[in-house]
Write a protein that binds this ligand. Sequence first.
Ligand code: CTP
Length: 348
Amino acid sequence: MRRPAPRGEFRSSPAGAENRESSSRGNERQSTAGAPLSGQSTKFAAHRRAPRRTGAHLVLPRRLPAPPPGRLPPLPGSCTDARLRRALPRAGEVSGLDTPPGDLAPGAASRYPRAVVDVRAPPPKNLDGLRVVVTAGPTVEDIDPVRFLGNRSTGKMGFAVAARAASRGATVTLIAGPVALATPEGVRRLDVRGALEMRRVLWAALGSGLDGADALVMSAAVADYRPAETSPVKRKRTAEKLVLELVPNPDLLAEVGAARAASGRRLPALVGFAVETGTDAEVVAYARGKLAKKQVDLVVANHAGDSFGRDDNRAALVDAGGVEALGVLPKPDLADRILDRVAVLCHR
Ligand code: CTP
């Protein structure tokens, strides 16, 4: 599936550079991380370019023969990750050239267990011993036993963060709003429904003195408002106009940020998200505002249209030091980039 052409491109920059950029385009900076900043109008375009960059020192066959049904393809024992990616069957034959490495054609998946085909660099175990709390999915605010207010979050980003954190050695507590996702391996999952319940469970996980966690990644799309009253019985339809009174929910992340600031502690490391609409510059500006207002270490800035329900995302990491534009990444890879920052924050 093709994603729509981006409305603009996040640009990496040190803090404050956007203002200088707007007055002088000649001061534009490139990504400090070498991440692609532009031209990735489709997910597949990004992957198509990868083999050209990686050189031609292959001793392995480019494609392995399709295995008999129910059997795994023979995997070369000593090859590097890059070789393995290129050698793995691709969707189409099992695959076609436009398919990202490691992806399989529909129908082929059952012959290739995900653990084998989903090849990534082995994760560094640099979260060993850390306690990471992740929130994910929407909160839903009940109107009555039948109806609720919700949002489009599916939880994929938060679940990816939880899964990658666990595989990198962290002890992970995942606080999830209502989502249709399986619990990642090795993760303790706590299901919640509304923002107030998420708040209670979050503070129980963090501890009132904030000594229960080393990091919080707040990827949940917490509802900003809830009905002033939840009816215990189903509201009946009438011919009259219905006005629903909403009251604001607490800002859970801002509460944790304020408590950490008051305590003088550096931990838990705090990561928030800013899912926005607008131009890239506006999205980054909103993220900067949230960084300051919520007193957190890092905000992941992204567009609503690039993130909700998708398996990939185009995000920028915004902190006091500046902006790192990441280009389009599968959510597990974006999770790793976020967790790289968490590791630095926890080990500084
Ligand atoms: N967040 C939160 N509690 C809320 C609302 C948001 O903890 N009641 C957290 C989210 O989990 C996210 C960050 O704050 O990490 C930003 O959420 P977002 O909805 O983008 O921003 P808001 O603060 O709600 O501001 P606005 O909706 O006006 O953009």
